[in-house]
Design a protein around this ligand. Sequence first.
Ligand code: BG6
Length: 463
Amino acid sequence: MTHRFPDNFLWGASISAHQTEGAYQSDGKGLSVQDTRQRDNHEIADFTVAVDHYHRYKEDIRLLAEMGIKIFRFSIAWTRIFPNGRGEVNEAGLQHYSDVIDELLKYNIQPYITLNHFDLPQALEEEGGWSARTTVDAFVTYAETVFSAYGDRAKNWLTINEPNIMLLVDKKILGKEIPLQEKYQQFHHLMIAEKYAFKRCHELIDDGKIGPVPNISLVYPATSKPLDNQAALYFNSVRNWAYLDFSCFGLYNAVFKDYLKRKNVKITFAPEDQELMENHFPDFVAMNFYTTVTVEKPTQKDGMANGISDQQSEDIMEWGFYKGFTNPYLQKNEFNWTIDPDGLKTTLQTLYDRYHLPIIITENGLGAKDELTEAGQVHDTYRINYLQQHIEQCQQAIEAGVDLIGYSPWSAIDLISVHEGISKRYGFIYVDRTEHDEKTLARHKKDSFYWYQSLIKTNQLPS
Ligand code: BG6
């Protein structure tokens, strides 16, 4: 039996600014923390040129229109609008995204715009970054500026990409470790900034809709031992629900509060925070999903070292709470990330039952080392298989009653992976460059491009 997706299902594709645009100092752009971050691994490409999407956005959008997408998720580089994070608006930067939006609308593609995707202005970082309350104020002005500039044409917005992963995997994403007390004060500021974004989007944009965009991976207990289940409860809260409970319910949940108490973390609230938390809510939840995580309760023999090294790996340890565990039932991709399509359905069901809001998947995909043939083709059957298995589970979730409104995989075109550079490719469109050789930057449609094009056209998975 074939199952069609709902007629208005939002098939899309996603990217972020710093991983694609390049042109890192063009037309008045300021530096962001991604331009300056210290890398563990200097072997990988930096973001100075990336895949040159800044100059080639028309070609990229034409190809994506040919693929048939209905929505395009991209982020605005804050440093193109305010080179120093605040102050005078850079008109050239403002014009750039206006042109991008017009180009999308020309093809009837709706923009889904992320306000900030890991690239905080460096000037704000130097004043304390998200630890400083003044960064919230600068973010609000930035958000108001882009809502006012583009809200007549762009109705759908995403707040701050994966604050949970940014804080948990700080070393890899931001290039430095944040002490725990500071980390959770940053959590509070990020989440308050998001509350302001909900408020101002609804006030400034007619029919404007906005949602949070965390990375959600359901956490499984390693065994049926009660204490392993408790470990999963805590990591589910710290990794997933603390963020969405703040966004959708306006509170710190009890498990997360207990975690903070036991870690001796104290959060400073500003006088307006409680009102903001309790009165401004999202219209939908956007969710990035790559895998699930499995944990057990640590024991004395594990030692007491704390740390998490990768968003998807088993390398997680917080003494007294949880420790990563290799799930023997799941396969891994070539970069050691577990693959769990069934877990996507369960994650969607759990999330929907918790928040009762429409859900859109804004990232899901397979990072792989693609090969370009001499004929300019890429036979990425492995990516097609991954996407097919996950989309099947989306369909099952819809049939099980989840209000899943769209699926926008990672990534539209090849980009610079956060952890592994350009060697780990995600796109439907191959970009001809290596880590240190920009080559031609020419675009080539992969086999997955044609597969996704056919799926969108028929609105169903091939039987
Ligand atoms: C998500 C991020 O966490 O994971 C993306 O939002 C990132 O920016 C994606 O590219 C995949 O991670 P990586 O490390 O393979 O690029």
